[in-house]
Design a protein around this ligand. Structure first.
Ligand code: FAD
Length: 336
């Protein structure tokens, strides 16, 4: 068993955990951020296809409405070799069989190398341990011990810290730390609800005739979102790739279905809304059990400086990547 001692242990290297860990690290504290995934970024997830194309299969883009985050985005954009682009200023909505245009809104940003780049950028200078799953928390005196295992090989690991910051989706958080939470926190976290999402990545032979970068669906029986992902990356590779998220309701009803039948249903729905036959070259499905919160804790973060136990993430902040990231910064400013 390897044991690591630190001042702050941040569990979860999604954008919330990384923003928090980054700000705490810059105060000079010893911070370690752990994640069970093989890479950082959590739901800002990008897959590399056999062809080399990069595809976003979680968050599709991000907004920058807050001043501090906009500055971070501007700096990234201004770099000489920056791959961050404004993808669009919004997208039309499909309602009752018709695509309705909407007035342009906030810029929607997306890195050409994929949304995972957001996590990679936030992780700069942060001691991040990926492939590390935390399964339990205990407390002795004023010191927390988090235990779990590192992959591959399931090697036991442990971390001790005065402060533990939990940035996981609420259900996962309750499994790891539920027994240590004050009653009112537990009640709040038990009330957090997420929509699931089945996602289809469809590499297609010829681009579809849809003239938009993306469409959001309201009340469609299957679809919630359809993007022509390659429109984010035209400079790199023109291979047409679609990304579709099934709606929360459809995904929930089909959450335990086989991937093949999910792929067939989503693909048929895409052909139906596009009104054309599409030649599928390669398809991949991904199940997100916790895609976007529909009910949050009602607090932007939960902090207990006396006990050294803290919570942030989109279960506190709300549905957008920026909201999750912001909760990390706000928590750091309170406890750092
Ligand atoms: C399909 C989909 C589409 C979306 N589209 C958009 C969009 O277009 N625009 C937008 O702004 N937002 C979008 N979002 C929402 C956005 O991705 C999230 O709100 C945001 O990324 C959440 O960040 P987080 O850090 O709170 O959580 P997460 O990214 O979930 O990070 C939590 C991390 O904790 C890790 N973890 C869990 N359990 C453990 C454990 N026991 N031990 C160690 N690590 C653990 C996980 O691996 C994960 O990396 C979308 C999300 C999904 C899934």
């Amino acid at each position: 068993m390897t044991t690591t001692n630190c001042d702050y242990l941040v569990i979860g290297a999604g954008v919330a955990g990384l923003a928090l860990a980054g700000d705490l690290t810059r105060t000079g504290a010893k911070v370690v951020c752990v994640d069970k995934g093989r890479v950082v970024g959590g739901r800002c997830a990008t897959r590399t296809l056999a062809s080399g194309s990069r595809v976003d299969y979680g968050a599709q883009y991000f907004t920058a409405r807050g001043e501090r985050f906009q500055k971070w985005v501007d700096e990234w954009m201004a770099e000489e070799k920056s791959d961050l682009r404004e993808w669009n200023r919004g997208y039309p909505t499909w309602i009752d069989g018709k695509i309705r245009e909407r007035a342009p809104g906030h810029p929607r940003y997306a890195p050409m190398s994929g949304m995972q780049a957001v996590g990679e950028r936030l992780a700069r200078g942060v001691d991040v341990r990926v492939s590390t799953t935390i399964t339990a928390l205990t407390k002795t005196g004023d010191l927390w011990t988090a235990t779990g295992h590192a992959h591959p090989g399931e090697t036991p690991v442990s971390f001790t810290a005065k402060n533990v910051c939990l940035t996981l989706p609420a259900e996962q958080l309750l499994r790891v730390a539920g027994g240590h939470l004050p009653d009112d926190w537990r009640t709040r976290l038990e009330g957090v609800r997420y929509d699931p999402a089945w996602t289809l990545i469809a590499v297609i032979e010829n681009d579809i005739s849809l003239p938009h970068t993306a469409v959001e669906f309201k009340n469609h029986p299957v679809l919630g979102w359809l993007a022509r992902d390659n429109t984010k990356r035209d400079f790199l590779r023109p291979e047409p790739v679609l990304v579709a998220h099934a709606s929360g309701a459809w995904s929930r009803a089909h959450i335990e279905d086989w991937k093949d039948s999910v792929q067939a249903a989503i693909f048929a729905a895409i052909e139906d809304v596009c009104g054309e036959k599409i030649q599928l070259r390669e398809g991949h499905t991904h199940r997100w059990r916790y895609a976007a919160p529909t009910q949050t804790t009602g607090e932007l973060f939960l902090a207990d400086k006396v006990n050294g136990l803290h919570v942030c993430g989109d279960g506190c902040g709300g549905t957008r990547m920026e909201s999750a990231l912001t909760t990390g910064g706000l928590l750091a400013a309170t406890i750092g």
